[in-house]
Design a protein around this ligand. Sequence first.
Ligand code: G3P
Length: 226
Amino acid sequence: MKLFLDTASLEEIREGVRWGVLGGVTTNPTLIGKESSDFLPRVKEICSIVDGDVSIETVGDDTDNLIRQGREIAQIADNAVVKVATTPNGLGATRALTDEGIKVNMTLNFSATQAILTAEAGAYIVSPFLGRLDDIATDGLRLLSDICEIYAVQGYTTKVLAASLRHPLHVVEAARMGADIATMPFKVFESLVKHPLTDAGFKRFSDDWKEAMPHLGELLPSMQEA
Ligand code: G3P
């Protein structure tokens, strides 16, 4: 399962790249708006930093205009993916863009029926929003499990991207269910690596090493600089 950051922050994206595990980025109008920077230079820069898909969302709900936006977004960079909301017009735009060879991520997906339509429209990615379902006391993980099962049974090749993740267990369960991608805010991404036993164990090894070092004779040069 690829790990994506759900952000438009260059600082967060650069940190994810530094970790060597960032598979891509998803953005949306809210995340772009939060950064208060010029839209086009920002999305171009994100695409240049990330070695993987970068989803950039369309706005409005007119099919012809969505298609035009999709074509323009696809021109931004080779790794740009067009994000389109799961509406009837969005489905039509997805079919047209897909037929032109443009990759579409159908977003704001909240039901198995929408996910079936998304796959039938030929989308590259389907994005079920787990956290927003949980927020209204509906089981987001159950939806993800249904979609993974349906796609496997039907042989759909649309990638399943678990979105709107709120905590590390969402990520673990998405991986268990076979999601292709999990996108998350930086705070969730960061929490994936944290463990108090790692911190305590690391400190103990470091302290023991410093104490023993003077008696260990010849060391590797890089160890002397650690
Ligand atoms: O970008 C799509 C999705 O991940 C949004 O998540 O946290 O706003 O529900 P959230």
